[in-house]
Write a protein that binds this ligand. Sequence first.
Ligand SMILES: [Fe+2]
Length: 144
Amino acid sequence: MTTITEYMTGVHRHCDEILAELEVAVSEDDWDKAARLSADFLQAMEHHLTMEETVLFPAFEQKTGMIGGPTMIMREEHRQMRELFQQLQWALDGKASGEFLDTTETLLILMQQHNIKEEGILYPMSDQHLGTDAPQVLARMQKV
Ligand SMILES: [Fe+2]
């Protein structure tokens, strides 16, 4: 059976891959391709963040009683990512490749640090604490 850790780690990798392709498209000045990839990336990321915020984090908080702990930090980092998504969109709309690649670099660092914490701490803790409820929580996440 797939664990929350395995499933969500796979989603992270998928988002990373789209972002890598997007960077290549922008560095090659292929703005049509960049627009398509950017829409895919932002949609995949927003979907991922929403799965966590609406299902996983509340389930984690309810089960562990940890309200001001890991999920609070993750929510704050999601907020920072969304700010960068906005900047990415502006740079894309203005075809400002330098600004776009600067923002991407900042976003990549933030995402890497965020993903390490989720994959190394939050997801394994979720699988562990949710125990027999984990498959049902994962199923609800997959329906978001
Ligand atoms: Fe997250």
